[in-house]
Write a protein that binds this ligand. Structure first.
Ligand code: GDP
Ligand code: MN
Length: 378
């Protein structure tokens, strides 16, 4: 689950990280009032769950309350990478001397969290990571020992941070690490962490990703989810407890089991196709759940063929077939559908589907080949 900048920064503040004293507005009038209270200049920052807002024109300075209102009007009317802007954060503008990158995430290969810092922070950090990876300093944290002071010094030295800032920097690192651990985050990032002209460090931007599988431990954080900002397919998938990830290809895949779903995607690619999604309907899926899954797949306009790959273990193939039929009544798809059913009640399942105009397949390879061909000729 992604948090908005303002939500991430509120969490950071609870862990002692200095942030600008701004507030969120959902109308231009509110933005103006906040600017009046804070004093100008202010920055008006679109709150959307994507990066690169600055480059997209979603972060702008305003030198008067009137200008704050005008800028907020424009930004609240924007779409950034397909997401409508519904809120803006109005922060007192900072006087920036240097922009630093500071982040922490899981390094799966190292099996521990990794802290990253760079003196070249700001909007081009991805470019830096690509072209000058040595400019990003990494320090791995032993989860049993936690973050040690010598490690925050290593980071500070690595980014040539002047010594006068070390103490503040170390406190910010410790705060960020605690926020990351205690919130069960998979990413906690400050970009930029700035050195201001007043000689202090401050988090101007904030980003947190929370582990969905740990949200049950954090009912307060779970409430922060902004359903307005989610792709409707994701909201729908969560409602039915489906693991769904949209991808860019044109072959919709409906599979039971995460491993089988990955295998199916690989085989689709092997035969020259591109999956439109990852979807695991889970073990023992009901007809209702299957119908929801098919609706989600078919709502994607890129989908030119659907591949069902169902292995009946706990899941019964006839249940899946019933779900498919239910969904077909509702959605009337115009794309070809290839189905491979094996295992428990596969025979019954195939019988149910016999009249539904589906392309059947015996093996997974056969199914993938047929789906790729069907999508190509669509
Ligand atoms: P992002 O583009 O989505 O990462 O949004 P950020 O919040 O990181 O803002 C992008 C850039 O806008 C920053 O790197 C800064 O250069 C600039 N910026 C953000 N806040 C301020 C501010 O208070 N004052 C000034 N002068 N620039 C700011
Ligand atoms: Mn940023």
């Amino acid at each position: 689950m992604k948090l908005h900048e303002y939500q991430s920064k509120e969490i950071f503040a609870r862990y002692g990280i200095p942030i600008p004293k701004g507030r969120v507005a959902s109308t231009a009038m509110e933005a103006r009032q906040i600017a009046e209270e804070l004093g100008v200049p202010v920055v008006i920052k679109s709150q959307v769950l994507v990066g690169g807002r600055g480059k997209a024109g979603g972060i702008r300075l305003a030198k008067s309350p009137k200008e704050a209102e005008e800028v907020a009007t424009q930004i609240l009317g924007m779409e950034i990478k397909g997401l409508p802007v519904r809120k803006v954060l109005v922060d007192p503008a900072a006087n920036i001397e240097q922009e630093i990158y500071l982040g922490i995430t899981n390094d799966r290969a190292a099996r521990r969290p990794v802290f990253m810092a760079s003196a070249a922070g700001g909007v081009d950090i991805e470019e830096v990571a690509r072209t000058n990876p040595e400019k990003i300093i990494k320090v791995h944290i032993d989860p049993l020992l936690g973050l040690r002071d010598y490690q925050t010094r290593d980071l500070a030295i690595g980014i040539d941070l002047p010594k006068e800032y070390w103490k503040q920097f170390s406190a910010i690192c410790h705060g960020l690490y605690r926020a990351y651990v205690e919130c069960d985050a998979t990413l906690a990032e400050i970009n930029p962490l700035v050195i201001t002209r007043e000689k202090s460090l401050m988090a101007l931007d904030g980003k947190m990703l929370l582990d969905d599988n740990a949200l049950f431990r954090h009912p307060d954080l779970a409430q922060l989810r902004d359903v307005d900002e989610e792709a409707p397919a994701e909201t729908e998938a969560r409602k039915y407890d489906l693991s769904f990830i949209k991808l860019d290809g044109n072959i919709g895949c409906m599979v039971n089991g995460a491993g089988l779903a990955m295998t199916t995607m690989d085989i689709v690619k092997l035969f020259g196709g591109e999956p439109a999604n990852f979807l695991d309907i889970g073990g023992g899926a009901s007809a209702e759940k299957v119908a929801a899954a098919l609706r989600i797949i078919l709502a994607d306009k890129n989908v030119k063929a659907v591949l069902f790959n169902i292995f009946g273990g706990i899941t019964r193939c006839d249940e899946v077939a019933k779900g498919i039929l239910t969904a077909l009544e509702e959605v009337k798809p115009s794309v070809p559908m290839v189905v491979r059913l094996v295992g428990t009640n596969a025979e019954e399942g195939r019988k149910l589907l016999a009249d539904a105009n589906m392309i059947t397949a015996e093996t997974l390879a056969d199914a993938a080949r047929k789906a790729v061909a069907a999508a190509a000729s669509a």
